[in-house]
Design a binder for this molecule. Structure first.
Ligand code: EPZ
Length: 420
């Protein structure tokens, strides 16, 4: 297995180009199952999760090429509706094929995704919504069996909790349903907004885009003439590099980024004493003279994103005073705490609230990545630590960060990928 060796402390400088958003590209790839024409998608991040999902679609019968961030995909040849365990178990967002397959073919068998390191990750809200649209759902031998022989029908659906991929799944199912659907308490993440915009631009009657209530008039089972498009920038990758600048007291510019998708992250950096200058698609982070402690509560968009929680915990280690981080979305998203403590962090846990006492001097050590965002937090801390840090199990990182070490090396970091 590979690991990253990082020498710290390090200063950074220069400009980093942000890749397309993994969490936008994933539902947009499954959306192509609703189209009857080949699609070209640009700014697609070439990360492990994207390659896993494309392998799944290929197993279903789709054909594609992915070169230089341009995906050309044709799902007109799809002839299999079983998303099998050996792929779904490696990437739970595979559940995003459920809505499109059910809507297009009237049936599908999707392996239950199972939990992951950060939590149990149920899909009950996805399934309840499909049943409300007339599907019969049974769970057998670890698979969701969904059938709707007469197609799905429009329904009035209220999500008990705000769910990002749940909203995406149901929006895609409703697009081909018979009649109108009204979806209440929807996720408003930019990734969901882009999915809705692509559907609208492809001729689907969808209103309320960007709000928590979406109204969709389905095509009654007819597939759609999808438009080509460019994937939005990855706001979490961008936030991670903003934290890299802040934690190393460096000035760093991000390009090909959407500042308006990062308001909550920018606000917290500025509360800590950093300054962020924005243009239409660039952001420059100026470090604090002395980082101030911060209080963070993770909530759904547009509030502070849970996917930036670990990165800010690393940053808070260097801030003066006691910072609190309240993780409200996932029940087990603090596995980076013990690894950060190995580097010397002073962090106390009480239920879903972590208190970080700083500033703390960090010393390099061997640490282990446990999930995608936790691993990026370890890289950030390593760049502020005195000495050598080895971050193991970086396959977690490769799921969602494209060319992380090349991008950091371009900024001046001393980081290399080695073989265990
Ligand atoms: C998406 O996961 C993201 N993944 C996650 O990013 C992100 O952390 C999460 O949204 C929250 O923003 C993708 O977009 C591929 P949820 P998702 O359904 O959709 C509960 C990363 O690092 N819930 O919005 O799976 C659930 O347990 C990943 O890129 C139910 O109870 O998250 C959680 O507490 C990690 N029943 C809350 O809702 C359901 O049926 C939010 O989960 C669905 C969700």
């Amino acid at each position: 297995m590979n690991y990253l060796r990082i020498q710290g402390p390090t200063k950074l400088s220069g400009t980093v180009t942000i890749s397309g958003a993994k969490n936008a590209a994933l539902p947009l790839i499954t959306l192509t199952l609703l189209g009857h024409n080949p699609i070209t998608m640009s700014n697609v991040p070439e990360v492990a999760d994207i390659k896993t999902l494309l392998k799944l679609l290929s197993n279903l019968g789709a054909s594609y090429t992915l070169e230089n961030h341009v995906l050309k995909i044709d799902t007109s040849t799809v002839n299999n509706t079983m998303a099998n365990y050996d792929i779904v178990k490696t990437m739970r967002a595979s559940i995003l094929v459920l809505g499109p397959l059910l809507a297009r073919f009237g049936h599908c068998e999707v392996s239950l995704p199972g939990g992951c390191a950060i939590g149990q990750r149920p899909i009950d809200l996805h399934l309840k919504a499909m049943e409300a649209m007339g599907a019969t759902i049974t769970i057998h031998a670890g698979y969701v069996h969904a059938v709707a022989p007469k197609g799905l029908k429009g329904a009035h659906i209220i999500f008990d909790k705000i769910t990002v991929t749940g909203t995406a799944n149901v929006v895609m199912a409703a697009a081909l349903a018979h009649g109108k659907s009204v979806l209440v308490n929807c996720a408003k993440e930019p990734e969901v907004v882009q999915l809705c915009e692509i559907l609208r631009n492809s001729g689907i009657d969808i209103t309320g885009i960007g709000t928590s209530e979406l109204t969709i008039v389905g095509t009654g089972g007819k597939t759609i003439d999808m438009v080509d498009f460019e994937v939005i920038p990855d706001r979490i990758e961008a936030g991670t590099y903003m934290c890299a600048a802040a934690i190393t007291d460096s000035i760093v510019t991000l390009e090909r980024v959407r500042p308006d998708h990062l308001d909550a992250v920018t606000a917290k950096l500025e509360q800590m004493g950093c300054r962020v200058e924005c243009s239409e698609n660039t952001m420059t982070v100026y470090p604090a003279t002395e980082l101030k402690h911060v209080n963070i509560v993770t909530q759904e968009y547009p509030a502070f994103p849970t996917d930036m929680q670990a990165q800010f915990m690393a940053l808070a280690i260097r801030a003066k005073g006691a910072s609190t981080i309240d993780e409200r979305l996932f029940e087990n998203r603090f596995m980076h705490v013990s690894e950060l403590q190995r580097l010397g962090a002073n962090i106390k846990l009480s239920g879903h609230v972590a208190t970080v006492i700083g500033p703390c001097e960090l010393a390099g050590a061997d640490v282990m990545a446990t999930d995608l965002r936790a691993s990026s937090a370890l890289v950030l801390a390593a760049m502020a630590a005195e000495g050598t840090t080895n971050v193991h199990r970086i396959y977690h990182l490769d799921r969602g960060y494209e060319n992380l070490e090349e991008k950091l090396r371009t900024l001046g970091a001393q980081i290399e990928r080695l073989q265990e």
